[in-house]
Design a protein around this ligand. Structure first.
Ligand code: C2E
Ligand code: CA
Ligand code: CA
Length: 772
């Protein structure tokens, strides 16, 4: 049952991807048919042409006039042309193409002279015929007048520029009446092709590599003349007779003759390949379709990546080899497919059903109206090491893992709807909102998870902690977020269950005003110290006291230090509080010694403070100010697992020890960093956490741990203190285990300094083991 869902899910996803490929294919096809993508192709071709630069053959020379040679109002230009032809003959040019149509006659003698010069040219000489719109807007073949053209071979000079001014293809032949004229380019390149055949013009050739000589220079300069020996020469006006100019990649407004030369050079280089666009598009669609049905995410994604990478590679290959391909289709295909996939992913993130488990998602919880009406407790379970565990499991067990966790949860949540969040969060609601009862229920749930889950044939340990929101707000989104936030802060060993403590508006205000309150509370006596004795287990003699802070708020009553210390931290008042406690504790110590009792005093220092040197100054100031003996001051470092930079902590604790104080490690045994901290920090004492001591009697494991920590202390030659001794039985057991120092309610609750003084006076000789 558990295993079937993901497969069906996988198949649905594969079908969805395939559908997206087909839609993307269809879209790119429609775009191609509508020529919408044509500008993109042209842009790509321009880019390709500019990215690659090759040299012209040099066999074709452009003899360029600045004027329109055919203009009948300037017969002298035709005389110049005649003169040029004669010089070309003398210079030994091989062939001449005159890229100009002389429709209108000028002086009969001048036109006749030109005809004579053409015919007298010993190589091949050609005139061109070109299609033009006549007065009635009909396309007509324009040819030179009979006087000039008599007996002269003709080639076609027809070019169609597109809406962007480019010409991407040229003809091999041009229709002239019943017959076909070879095109100017084809004839220059001595190439032939069928009547309707066209070829792409390759613009990779650098414009500067096409030899060009100005007609004016040629007529006046003999060295220019000799440079044209053996060449194919095209004579053309910089402005053609129609006045039309063209764009080529990299240069705007070039005369048609240049485009003809490009076409001819393309044929000479033989780079006239065309990749039929539908083949590339079809191949891409097939490849994408193939990739889309691949089950393994990794392989599928790398195939997608390959396709994406193939596009620029293809573009470069086509540019180098002179192929012309329509890559815009491919881009459209990939773009459309990518867009479909993104949209689907985006929709999934808002999905009300988790695809892996078919459970409703957190989005569904947020949308549930009944939660607004009944305002139940919202519970969020955080699965610890979720991703790590998942990674160790084979893929096909991933969803089973989640489903097993949920199945176990369901055993205790009855018919509550279970919602799945991203990854390691699971939520449900519970009508019970009394914090103590919620806590109790969740502790039970945690106990349920103390035995491993069976996933496939493996045993998997599940660490689970809870965040709860019990606020009566109708804002479900915020309530879920707050439950998630407190769940994130939970810790498997310390506080596995956290209840968002914005219970009422009043509390919220109280919390916010804490920052202001704390300063007042410190000065007006609301915050004060009590002292709890540490005794020698053998004799009952008090060998020191631990200073513990108390806050008695006139309105809220006793605030437990565990609560307000956290709040001091968030309010940035930890230093003030510690400063206060240090000073008061040292003062108490001095007072004790003035009365003749040299009792060491211990002060709790949060591990978060030993990251900064300020604490060294603070301790030394307190000692100086009160005149307390440094050797009698013990600093109990609490929550050592919170030390993030152990090197820095070692440095600062070293300085504190150099002041003469004794460093103690509080709460030993809980939190991850205990042993490393013990190894690397200069502790002279360690206090076994009361969690172990309080369980010693009924739990052999706890007793074993205590026994071993005591042994560890002996081996390391540091004092071990057992704290949280709540009854005589435990004290006896500790004594039998060889424990020397103990602290706890069984010996004494934390009391005022006066009580300590009184007790010490009363017991100068007569030692008791219990003061309360
Ligand atoms: P801690 O340093 O482990 O202090 C011992 C706590 O255990 C005290 O709680 C004490 O009242 C309690 N305790 C002592 N004997 C027994 C016992 O037999 N059974 C049980 N169940 N508990 C016992 P308290 O005073 O509520 O302090 C709680 C924590 O607050 C302290 O734990 C310490 O981490 C922190 N704290 C207290 N005062 C200060 C302070 O001045 N500065 C800093 N930074 N932290 C302080
Ligand atoms: Ca302590
Ligand atoms: Ca402790």
């Amino acid at each position: 049952m558990v295993g079937t869902k993901p497969t069906a899910q996988g198949r649905a996803k594969r079908l969805e991807r395939l559908r997206h490929v087909l839609w993307a294919g269809l879209i790119s096809l429609v775009l191609a048919v509508l020529s919408v993508l044509d500008p993109v192709d042209q842009f790509l071709w321009v880019t390709q042409s500019r990215a690659i630069s090759t040299e012209a053959s040099g066999e074709i020379v452009y003899l360029a006039s600045r004027q329109d040679l055919s203009d009948p109002n300037f017969p002298e230009r035709r005389q110049q042309l005649t003169q040029a032809l004669r010089r070309l003959e003398e210079g030994g040019a091989e062939r001449v193409f005159i890229d100009s149509v002389f429709e209108d006659p000028t002086d009969e003698a001048i036109d006749g002279d030109l005809n004579e010069a053409i015919l007298e040219f010993s190589g091949d000489a050609y005139l061109v015929a070109d299609y033009r719109f006549d007065a009635t807007r009909e396309l007509q073949l324009a040819q030179s007048n009979a006087t000039i053209a008599r007996g002269v071979d003709q080639v076609g000079s027809d070019l169609y520029k597109n809406y962007l001014g480019y010409i991407w293809a040229a003809d091999y032949t041009i229709q002239a009446g019943e017959s076909q004229l070879p095109s100017l380019a084809a004839e220059m390149a001595n190439a032939t092709g069928g009547p309707d055949a066209i070829f792409p013009i390759n613009y990779n050739i650098a414009l500067s590599s096409i030899p060009s000589v100005s007609l004016e220079e040629f007529l006046s300069n003999d060295s220019a003349k000799s440079r044209l020996a053996g060449k194919t020469v095209v004579i053309g006006g910089r402005v053609s007779n129609s006045g039309t100019t063209y764009n080529i990649p990299g240069t705007r407004d070039v005369p048609s003759t240049i485009v003809h030369i490009y076409a001819a050079e393309t044929l000479i280089a033989g780079k006239t390949g065309v990749i039929a666009n539908y083949w590339t598009a079809l191949a891409a669609i097939l490849l994408l379709a193939l990739a889309s049905i691949i089950r393994q995410d990794g392989i599928r994604r790398s195939l997608y990546a390959t396709i994406v990478v193939l596009i620029p590679i293809g573009l470069a290959a086509a540019a180098i080899s002179g192929w012309r391909a329509d890559f815009a289709d491919l881009l459209a295909l990939c773009g459309a497919f990518g867009a479909f996939r993104l949209r689907s992913k985006w929709k999934d993130s808002f999905a009300l059903l988790d695809p892996e488990t078919n459970l409703p998602t957190f989005a569904a919880l947020e949308a549930d109206r009944s939660i607004v009406e009944t305002v139940p407790a919202i519970i969020v379970a955080k699965i610890h090491r979720f991703e790590q565990v998942r990674r160790t499991l084979p893929k096909d067990l991933h969803s089973e893992y989640v489903l097993r966790i949920i199945k176990r949860l369901k055993a205790a949540t009855q018919d509550a709807t279970i919602y799945r969040g991203e990854g390691h969060m699971i939520a449900w609601t519970m009508p019970e909102k009394e914090p103590a009862l919620v806590q109790e229920h969740l502790e039970g749930l945690r106990a349920l998870f103390s035995s491993p889950l069976i996933v496939g044939d493996r045993q998997v340990d599940v660490g689970i902690t809870f965040g709860v929101d019990i606020t009566p707000s109708p804002n479900v989104v915020r309530r879920l977020a707050s439950a998630v936030a407190v769940a994130e802060q939970t810790n498997e060993t310390y506080d596995p269950i956290a209840i968002a403590d914005t219970t009422s508006e009043e509390d919220l205000i109280w919390n916010i005003s804490l920052q202001a309150r704390i300063d007042a509370a410190l000065s007006n006596g609301e915050i004060y110290l009590v002292f709890q004795p540490k005794i020698m287990v053998q004799t009952g003699e008090i060998i020191g006291v631990e200073a513990l802070v108390r806050w008695k708020d006139p309105v809220k009553g006793h605030i437990p230090p565990d609560n307000f210390i956290r709040q001091c931290e968030t309010a940035g008042r930890m230093s003030q509080l510690t400063h206060f406690v240090l000073e008061k504790a040292c003062k108490a110590g001095t007072e004790l010694s003035e009365r003749g009792f040299n009792l060491p005093v211990a002060v709790n220092i949060s591990a978060t403070l030993v990251h900064e040197r300020a604490i060294v100054q603070m301790v030394s100031d307190a000692l100086k100010k009160t005149g307390f003996e440094p050797n009698s001051l013990t600093l109990e470092i609490t929550e050592t697992y919170r030390i993030s930079n152990i090197d820095r902590a070692a440095e600062i604790l070293g300085e504190l020890r150099a002041l003469g104080t004794k460093i103690s490690m509080d709460d030993f045994g809980v939190g991850a960093a205990s042993l490393e901290a013990l190894l690397r920090l200069p502790f002279a004492e360690l206090k076994i956490d009361r969690m172990f001591i309080s369980r010693m009697i009924e739990d052999d494991k706890a007793a074993g741990i205590v026994k071993n920590i005591l042994q560890l202390g002996k081996d390391l030659r540091i004092i071990v203190v057992a704290e949280g001794v709540e009854d005589a039985g435990t004290l006896t057991k500790l004594r039998d285990s060889g424990c020397l120092v103990a602290q706890g309610f069984a010996i004494s609750r934390p009391v005022t300094l006066d009580k300590i003084l009184q007790y010490q006076k009363d017991n100068r000789t007569n030692i008791q083991s219990n003061m309360v």
